[in-house]
Ligand binder design. Structure first.
Ligand code: ADP
Ligand code: ZN
Length: 288
């Protein structure tokens, strides 16, 4: 039997087909342009297979509330062509099979839990730090969602006293994403993150904000492990800086695993998201 996965990112869609052992048989990458064009390529790819289910991890915000009239839609995304796009509906209309539906970061969290850095655990948080900041969580083996999905990148943070940058989030200005995503690093220093040396003070500031967010997630969810991915986290010197700042900011109030084992890089790298999507497809009840 064959299962489909779509990691729908803001820059590209990764589509893959696997068998019941999660072995990927075919995989394509499609640029994210407008729904008509991108989805035409998605359909052309999946039309070649007789799929049982599809799992989707999408950029957002998206509607994941099964009680909502717009469940399965991309909602108020800044990628305007995709706003109010009925993603799940369009797949169901074409293939008439069950569709698992969650955020790209939730899918990555799930992939890392089952096959990556959180293997053997029941809970984890996955945070990506790139053009934006987004986080997903698995709690008791289940992807966490309620009325909607978490938006961990937009939590409000306490400013560093020496940081006078106004912040880049169009909604909140100086939320976590506004102060610590790649574009904020670039706006503050005049250089892209990849062009800053590892010793640059920008990384200490970055670690201060990310550690603060991880303290908050720890206090709210107490996950077994926190996994960090995305372009900015390619700066490996950030890990010890974040661990040190985390230790200082949480101030020994709650116990955590040793910080080297608690705040870790993603293990599946660029495959975390699509792995999670395929796992969700495998677990989705087959309509056949
Ligand atoms: P996206 O979030 O768009 O999927 P990325 O995760 O690569 O893609 O994030 C892009 C952002 O991360 C940009 O702001 C870029 O400057 C920054 N970035 C990418 N690579 C690195 C790197 N090696 N070091 C620091 N910053 C990086
Ligand atoms: Zn924000």
């Amino acid at each position: 039997m064959l299962y489909g996965g779509i990691e729908a990112g803001g820059t590209k869609f990764v589509c893959a087909v696997c068998n019941e052992d999660l072995a990927i048989l075919e995989r394509v990458s499609i640029p994210t342009t407008v729904p008509e064009e991108t989805m035409a390529h998605v359909f052309a790819f999946f039309d070649q297979f007789d799929l049982v289910t599809i799992g989707v991890g999408s950029f957002g915000p998206i509607d994941v509330n099964p009680k909502s009239a717009t469940f399965g839609y991309v909602t108020s995304t800044p990628k305007l062509a995709w706003a109010n796009y009925d993603f799940v509906g369009s797949l169901k209309r074409r293939y008439n099979i069950p569709v698992a539906w969650t955020t790209d970061v939730n899918a990555a969290a799930y992939g890392e839990l089952k096959k990556g850095a959180a293997k053997g655990k029941d809970s984890c948080i996955y945070l990506t730090v790139g053009t934006g900041i987004g986080g997903g969580a698995v709690v008791n083996g289940q992807i966490l969602s309620g009325y909607g999905h978490p938006e961990m990148g937009h939590i409000l943070v306490r400013r560093h006293p020496n940081d006078h940058y106004e912040g880049k989030c169009p909604y909140h200005k100086d939320c976590l994403e506004g102060l610590a995503a790649g574009p904020a690093i670039e706006a503050r220093s005049g250089k892209k993150g990849q062009d800053l040396v590892p010793e640059d003070d920008a990384w200490k500031l970055e670690a201060f904000y990310l550690a603060q967010a991880l303290v908050d997630y720890t206090l709210v969810l107490a996950p077994e492990i926190i996994i960090l991915g995305g372009g900015v986290m390619k700066q490996k010197q950030l890990f010890p800086l974040i661990q040190q700042s985390f230790k200082k900011q949480i101030a020994a109030y709650v116990a955590t695993p040793s910080l080297e084992e608690y705040i870790v890089p993603c293990a599946l790298e660029d495959n975390a998201g699509i792995t999670g999507c395929l796992l969700l497809a495998l677990e989705e009840k087959s309509g056949k």
